[in-house]
Design a protein around this ligand. Structure first.
Ligand SMILES: [Zn+2]
Length: 187
């Protein structure tokens, strides 16, 4: 396994459409292993193959927020159902340091193949749903800042917003939205 370089905004590969994966051969499983390693190293929520310069329809997601959790691997993912609405301050490993408010469905159903080529389906909600939408957008050359409502915010501004939210909350524990804002930071 190896950590791959993450492409940054401005690199042409991020704006291209990725191709479906045909046969899951050794090159594909190697790429998946590397993407998982790269996501963990970057402490991100999700990573799409074009972010490491490969135009294949593969995404890896870890929206669990748990230390040491194994990311979910989705090959040729497709959103087959969506419902509700939510908005998060999303960020992106390919656009570090900036965050923006993006509207997404509250829940999505995603159909895909797993790394063994078996059909899988996930009913994703909350941050998991956000991450699925964000990463599948990458496969079509779409970046979160294309969809941001209002302006982009710096990491420092997001930190200050979180502090204000925490102050506003009556309970001593962090409000739910704050946690999600933090978790959605890098995808
Ligand atoms: Zn991204």
């Amino acid at each position: 396994m190896a950590i791959r370089m993450i492409c940054k905004d401005g690199e042409a590969v991020l704006r291209k459409k990725s191709k479906p994966v045909g046969r899951i051969n050794d090159r594909v499983t190697q790429l998946i292993d590397d993407m998982v390693e790269t996501l963990k190293d970057a402490n991100g929520v999700g990573l799409a193959a074009p972010q490491v310069g490969i135009l294949k329809r593969i995404i890896v997601i870890d929206a669990s927020g748990e230390e040491g959790a194994e990311p979910i691997v989705l090959i040729n993912p497709e959103i087959t159902a969506r419902s509700g609405a939510q908005s998060y301050y999303e960020g992106c490993l390919s656009f570090p340091g900036y965050y923006g408010d993006v509207g997404r469905p509250e829940a999505v159903t995603v159909a895909a193949l797993d790394r063994n080529g078996a059909r899988v389906e996930y009913d994703a909600e909350g941050l998991f749903a956000v991450a699925c939408c964000h990463e599948i957008d990458h496969l079509d050359g779409v970046m979160f800042m294309d969809k941001v409502k209002g302006r982009l915010y710096s990491a420092e501004e997001i930190r200050q917003m979180r502090e204000k939210e925490a102050e506003k909350a009556d309970k001593p524990d962090k409000p739910d939205k704050t946690e999600k804002t933090e978790a959605a930071a890098k995808a």
